[in-house]
Design a protein around this ligand. Structure first.
Ligand code: ADP
Ligand code: MG
Length: 392
């Protein structure tokens, strides 16, 4: 796959698909700018090499029409602060006015197009819309790993019209995530959690063929505990996935993969900081209570397994970490992973948020910017936004 390093960009218009789909608060301010920060190496490289840099992204789900609250202006402002140079936010993402504005730009200047999803042609991968986008560049760069699982005009369609290469973030995402699937180092440990088993089945399936140990926490653990025949009280359980959970455990056993479930859990009557809570053995969850975090014995056991790993992938919080009393298990796992000597890769939007909340972001080798894209990649699927960069 070619990257921006392989193309001459000086004085050329470089159209870059970035993933600036960041969370905004009620006042329209960016509350988490990590995806913007992660794009800086690509943007700065292009700026320093004298490209005319035209950035494009979607923001939220406007559904093909203009939604005032989802304009790119606050994103452009934050990008400008981070870059330390002006960023011109254009009033639309296609059309003669935008083309004229881009034609006026000087080498090293940066513009940000308006929200791509204000046009229905974006998600429909409409050929005319893709052609209109392509008129804004001489070279196309995809640095939006988080949107690479979508075949949209800005991720797939536009690549038919221009030389298409990967940005530095896209390259880094693929490099680290590929290491989990191809010739991984051993011991290779997967730590899986999060809300639902159903979201992670494909990943678990694919990783079971590669890992030495799987540590399961979070909400998904209760479907496995139920499959083992234990009472789970009011914990989150996907009844229709209980049989599948049992089959996955069988599969792990057949492959000689160590498969660890929580041995103790923190239970409460509801997921609130002021609710009464206690630690109980995982096979004795009292009726009416819900499991909201892994317990201290489980955290110690998981830490021991992680300690010896040469490669760790972690996806999914160990508990309801957003509520402080249930964040301990996730924090313990985060710290254990950062201390292990191996390569440490994190995936999942909420897991990344937890890691950032603990101030540990820099201590991982890679914290993926993708949610669904990361899961699909780890399931072994080919992502359309990556495929078009390889055809060339
Ligand atoms: P990611 O985005 O990292 O892939 P998920 O979206 O799968 O992670 O899951 C994150 C969510 O799972 C968090 O909001 C967290 O509160 C929730 N969660 C974790 N453990 C539990 C639990 N025991 N019960 C209910 N929800 C849980
Ligand atoms: Mg999530």
């Amino acid at each position: 796959m070619r990257t921006i390093r392989d193309v001459d960009v000086a004085g050329r218009r470089v159209l870059v698909r970035v993933d600036f789909n960041v969370p905004l608060d009620e006042q329209g301010r960016v509350t988490d700018d990590r995806r913007i920060r992660e794009s800086l190496p690509t943007v700065l490289d292009l700026v320093h090499r004298g490209a005319v840099v035209v950035l494009m992204s979607h923001l939220g789900r406007p559904g093909g029409r203009v939604v005032e609250e989802l304009r790119m202006a606050p994103v452009g402002e934050r990008l400008s602060q981070l870059l330390g140079r002006p960023v011109r936010v254009l009033p639309d993402c296609v059309g003669p006015e935008v083309e004229a504005a881009v034609a006026q730009m000087q080498p090293g200047e940066v513009a940000l197009l308006e929200n791509l999803r204000f046009h229905p042609g974006e998600e429909a991968n409409d050929p005319e819309f893709a052609a209109a986008l392509a008129r804004l560049g001489d070279v196309y760069v995809n640095d939006a790993f988080g949107t690479a699982h979508r075949a949209h005009a800005s991720t797939v369609g536009v690549a038919r019209h221009l030389p298409a290469v990967a940005g530095l973030l896209m390259e880094k995402e693929i490099r680290y995530l590929s290491r989990l699937l191809h010739n991984p180092e051993h011991p290779f440990v997967a730590v899986l959690g999060g809300k639902k088993v159903s979201d992670k089945i494909g990943v678990l399936h694919n990783l079971l063929e590669r890992v030495d140990a799987v540590l399961v926490g979070g909400g998904m653990a209760y479907t496995f505990l139920k499959a083992a025949g234990y009472p789970v009280g009011r914990s989150v359980v996907e009844e229709d996935k209980v049989d599948l959970a049992r089959a996955l455990v069988e599969r792990a056993r057949a492959r000689g993969v160590e498969f660890l479930l929580p041995e103790d859990v923190v239970v409460a009557e509801r997921p609130a900081a002021d609710a009464p809570r206690r630690v109980v053995p995982a096979h004795e969850i009292p009726e009416g209570w819900m499991g909201l975090d892994i317990g201290p014995a489980t955290a110690r056991r998981f830490t021991e397994v992680i300690r010896g790993a040469r490669l760790v992938v972690w996806n999914g919080p160990m508990g309801v970490f957003e509520v402080e009393p249930f964040a301990e298990g996730t924090r313990a796992v985060a710290e254990a992973v950062t201390r292990c000597p191996g390569t440490k890769v994190v995936g999942g939007g909420d897991t990344a948020a937890a890691v950032e909340q603990f101030g540990l972001l820099e201590r991982f080798d890679h914290v993926s910017t993708g949610g669904g894209a990361t899961l699909e990649f780890l399931e072994g699927k080919e992502l359309p936004g990556i495929r078009v960069l390889q055809d060339d």
